[in-house]
Design a protein around this ligand. Sequence first.
Ligand code: PAF
Length: 281
Amino acid sequence: MKTVQTINELQNFLDSNKGKSIGFVPTMGYLHEGHLALLTKAREQNDIVVSSIFVNPAQFGPNEDLDRYPRDIEHDTELATKAGIDVLFVPPVNEMYPSESGITIHAGELSTKLCGESRPGHFDGVLKVITKLFHLIQPTKAYFGQKDAQQLAIIETFVKAYNFPVQIERVSTVREADGLAKSSRNVFLSEKERAEAIHLYKGLTISTEIWRETKDISLAISEGKRYIEQNTSGKIDYLEALAYPNLQSDFNHAEQILFATAVFFENARLIDNIIVDVKGV
Ligand code: PAF
């Protein structure tokens, strides 16, 4: 595996591999089994695999965890090598953002809900870096985890609306044995919070079960919230159900419903979700 830090080196590598299919896995590093699932799928489906590690300042708000976002480039390099990827792009900030053009991308209505409410501008920052990375790498397929369901819905919509020549591949959430979704931010949980954090998934499961049995969304949401409140010391940011992937609250034509939650712990805000197929329920 080759590690490159500059756009020039990246493009030299890509130029010497012209005509091959490219699988791309964008990350912010501190890689875990969730990322490994993305890398493995990309490896299976493409001639060459490119991954990036870039803690993107544009997607962090002023009071968020940009400075203390976990980083471990040695471990990441080892894991990416084991996953058999071809090139790891690890640009410094001034390589990605050498100057500001003053031109911005707005994620629009889809970014006003769920995480967008407490993280204004976050999805604009995600689209900014994804646009640059897609233009630089021109991947055939790009891989995103279902754990960031809103991010995935926004990227799918963006790519379709603006004719980016890339196929977006959804990859299922990878969980710890007790159900906690794998996340780089789990490292910020205290021992007590780590034990409590499994209740996010359990609360979501309660919501989806109640919805399946009763089709009563309000009851499903309130019971899921009640469960999380009773079993964690965290503060619920939201627990909501929206049609997926259009994130509307009208379920009439929905094929899937997203039950999603975000919970603030002392030093980490965790998210999780379950997507339910409406057909045949
Ligand atoms: O999901 C992430 O890790 C980031 O939002 C992404 C897609 C790499 C963009 O910085």
